[in-house]
Design a protein around this ligand. Structure first.
Ligand code: ASP
Ligand code: MG
Length: 401
């Protein structure tokens, strides 16, 4: 008898019909002789609706009360799913995050799981029940409710699979798996059979919103193989694991990220410590810097150009303006008209020519590249936002037939 963790996202449980659809998937897994632990998200847009309700009361809600509010979404889902399972004759029990033993740190709205005490889940499994656990939530050491950050139910599922040594962890969603590009935009995009954790991490951070980033980090850390699949269409999905067979594909995906701004500082003194002064300011404010370029120094100064999330552009510029005397009083500017397009693939480590193929595709479309950055398994370019969709399509065509 195998133990299977199955996670269902918000769209998979959005209404009565979808809940019974999930109940049938769980029942089939159970009737095939498996123990099943189910993790669910809040129904449909519930979390967004709760955030909007808070905004009707105050523009600055207490973080503690916000987590108390948002945790309610998942509690509705677990109770309804447990009822649906009972209705179709499956013995089931719902558990909140804290009943299921999720102990987190203190940080409301982006809490990290510290410990998972699985006794209650195990004792319910021993009573032959399907255990339906609320994703996204836990309890901190003051016994206050915390949430794990948007999309955190994926992380709850992976943590349970790791702690229970589950045989499988299935992430059911509203897409059929992980694709070589966004299938809504690139009709030729194909579904991947397998993808590595590292590739998935790059793609998740690039805006391929299939799996929450932290859940993939956790899966990699504990070696939990994931299966991403559709709750609507019962066909095989995509397996996410440490190493994949060489699939014949040189790259696994092309992704676009619109949440990018390019910040430039002109005339930074060409002496030691300047980069530290600039980037430590941003680090203190938790602003994530991605690509960094530095011009070679002329006449004792250099220019620093780097990207930050578009959503952090204003705060980046204001903190830099406030402290600019520390790094030469140069001109600070921000460009919000750009996008990042990236190719990802573990195969590029052993195959030369990936960058040149990518640049050829862009040149064929007469698209200008503003910045380039590379890692072992990724090449990213910063280009004009208006060119981004055309770029993804041309690059996808160049690599994937
Ligand atoms: N309900 C939460 C959210 O919408 C958690 C999740 O869906 O994973 O972010
Ligand atoms: Mg959700």
């Amino acid at each position: 008898m195998a133990l299977i963790v199955q996670k269902f996202g918000g769209t998979s449980v959005k209404d009565r019909n979808r809940i019974f659809n999930v109940a049938r998937i769980v029942a089939n897994t159970r009737n095939a002789g498996n123990d099943v632990v189910v993790v669910v998200s809040a129904q449909g847009d519930t979390t967004d609706d709760l955030i909007a309700k808070a905004a009707e009361i105050t523009s600055d809600p207490s973080h503690r009360e916000m987590d108390m509010l948002l945790a309610a979404g998942e509690e509705i889902s677990i109770a309804l799913l447990a009822m649906a399972l009972q209705e179709i004759g499956v013995s089931a029990v719902s558990l909140t995050g804290w009943q299921a033993g999720f102990v987190t740190d203190r940080s409301y709205s982006k809490a990290r799981i510290k410990r998972l005490d699985t006794e209650r889940v195990e004792s319910e499994l021993a009573r032959n029940r399907v255990v339906v656990v609320a994703g996204f939530q836990g309890l901190n050491r003051s016994d206050d409710i915390t949430t794990l950050g948007r999309g955190g139910s994926d992380t709850s599922a992976v943590a349970l699979a790791a702690a229970l040594h589950a045989d499988r962890c299935q992430i059911y969603t509203d897409v059929e798996g992980v694709f070589t590009a966004d299938p809504r935009k690139i009709p030729k995009a194909t579904k991947l059979k397998e993808i590595t954790f590292d590739e998935m991490l790059e793609l998740a951070s690039l805006g391929a919103q299939v799996l929450n980033n932290r859940s993939v980090e956790l899966a990699k850390k504990y070696g939990v193989e994931l299966e991403v699949l559709s709750s609507i269409n019962p066909i095989p999905g995509t397996i996410v694991k440490e190493e994949t067979k060489v699939s014949g594909l040189l790259i696994t995906g092309v992704a676009k990220d619109d949440n990018v701004a390019v910040v430039s500082i002109k005339g930074v003194p060409d002496v030691p410590g300047m980069s530290f002064k600039v980037f430590s300011l941003l680090a203190q404010r938790n602003i994530n810097v991605d690509i960094i370029l530095q011009s070679s120094g002329t006449e004792g100064t250099k220019d620093l150009v780097f990207t930050v999330p578009l959503t952090d552009a204003e705060s980046t510029v204001s903190v830099l303006e406030d402290h600019k005397s520390r790094f030469g009083d140069g001109e600070i500017s921000v460009d919000k008209t750009c996008a990042k397009v990236s190719v990802v693939g573990a195969g590029m480590q052993s195959h030369p020519g990936v960058a040149s193929t990518m640049f050829e595709a862009l040149s064929g479309q007469n698209i200008n590249i503003r910045m380039i950055s590379t890692s072992e398994i990724k090449i990213s370019v910063i280009i004009d936002k208006n060119d981004a969709d055309r770029a993804v399509s041309a690059i996808h065509d160049a690599f994937i037939q």
